[in-house]
Write a protein that binds this ligand. Structure first.
Ligand code: GCO
Ligand code: MG
Length: 402
């Protein structure tokens, strides 16, 4: 089998998605997600101008060699744009391999290691009362694990909280908006949120929280300690993770489990964190972590250090990535949990998929390949629209982590 060509499809059914479609001489095609929130067109150019021409004529079964060709062979390694582009190619090739062999991709990765994939949903509210109600609403839908975020008294906008009644969607159309931040107000508020959640909902539910990179190590240590009585499943991205050493300090102070990695694009971003057992869950996604080939290796390395996976699955991972994630989640032994942020109705219409949700878990389905397709005529109805994540400032105007 030979690769005949590949095209990059950009669409915006409510938010922007970039999809790579690789076509072969046997009529089989494969899909890969290439979406990098707010930097979508950089990946489109990287693929169209630099990688796709090198793919023509290759054997799509050579997932390992093609991955190294683009990673090692390019001389310039790593970085989110590069690794998202490589990931898209890798996902599409695994999709082709599965379709050609007539098997779902999980069977090429080791087969089923479990019956179902535990997922967590996002519950947010403008205040503690609304968040408690939202968590309860998700519990009634069957979710066993729920991430809880709430507006912070005295701050006009908060990460994770929708501005109107729609589902939370972090990227906004147009140029970046600006949010305001106060570490003090945040640190005073969050323990009260989890105290209210446990008092109202009891101990059974898995509760998660995303700090979104905003604390220093000693502040994160304080928050982790104050959250210990509420037994969180994890505290996510407590600090900006460039300084891997910073996690030692957090770890010395708290037993609240730590999850990190949604912005990582290479195993080297997490190697020290895993080797020194400074984290409990690796959040790298297939689309930003270099593909199925790279993430299978990262998961196997994590297993050596008792680190489990907890892949990023926000709405900016397209259904193609979600499908790919579920195949890997089902196949590896050290799977922990999968994030599941719902896509809107237009996205569901654009990307028909075999995966489904039932009783708190998800299933990739048994279709050959990844089990996700794209309706190009529907995608064409939703052209690209410039959109960015917000920029964050402290109340005195200092630029801060978003
Ligand atoms: C999460 C994430 C998202 C990101 C978004 C950025 O845990 O789901 O933090 O909300 O902010 O995916 O592109
Ligand atoms: Mg996050």
């Amino acid at each position: 089998m030979k690769i005949l060509g590949a095209k990059v499809i950009v669409c915006s059914p409510g938010r922007n998605f970039v999809t790579l479609k690789i076509e072969t001489d046997e009529g089989i095609y494969g899909l890969g997600d290439a979406t990098l929130n707010g930097r979508e067109l950089a990946v489109v150019s990287y693929l169209e101008d630099h990688l796709v021409p090198c793919l023509i004529g290759r054997d799509p079964f050579q997932t390992e060699d093609i991955w190294h060709y683009f990673y090692r062979g390019a001389y310039w390694r790593r970085g989110p744009v590069t690794m998202t582009a490589i990931a898209a190619i890798d996902m599409a090739l695994w999709d082709i391999k599965g379709k050609a062999l007539g098997v779902p991709v999980y069977n090429l990765l080791g087969g089923k290691s479990r019956n179902s994939v535990l997922v967590y949903a996002h519950a947010t509210g403008r205040d503690i009362g609304e968040t408690v109600d939202e968590v309860e609403r998700y519990r009634q839908k069957g979710y066993l694990a729920i991430r809880a975020q709430s507006g912070i008294p005295g701050l006009a906008s908060t990460y994770g909280v929708p501005k109107d009644q729609k589902y939370y969607e972090p990227a906004e159309r147009g140029l970046p908006s600006e949010s305001l931040w106060s570490t003090e107000k945040y640190l005073r508020h969050v323990p009260k949120l989890f105290e209210a959640l446990r008092n109202t909902l009891g101990d059974d539910l898995h509760l998660l929280h995303d700090v979104h990179h905003r604390l220093t190590p000693i502040q994160a240590a304080r928050l982790g300690k104050e959250l210990e009585p509420f037994h969180l499943f994890w505290m996510e991205d407590p600090v900006a993770a460039e300084l891997q050493d910073g996690f030692r300090l957090i770890r010395q102070h708290t037993t609240t489990p730590l999850a990190v990695g949604e912005v990582f694009n290479s195993i080297w971003d997490a190697e020290q964190l895993m080797r020194e057992q400074l984290i409990d869950y690796l959040r790298m996604s297939i689309v930003h972590g270099g593909g199925i080939t790279a993430m299978k290796k990262a998961a196997d390395f994590a297993a050596l250090y008792h680190v489990q996976t907890g892949a990023h699955g926000a709405s900016d991972m397209s259904p193609v990535c979600m499908g790919a994630a579920l195949h890997l989640d089902l196949a590896i032994n050290n799977f922990g949990i999968q994030e599941h942020m719902l896509h809107n109705a237009q996205t569901e219409e654009t990307f028909p998929h075999a995966y489904f949700f039932r009783d708190g878990s998800m299933y990739p389905g048994d279709e050959p390949g990844l089990g996700v397709d794209i309706k190009e005529d529907v995608a064409a109805r939703f052209p690209y629209e410039r959109a960015y994540l917000p920029v964050n400032r402290k109340e005195d105007g200092t630029l801060f982590h978003w």
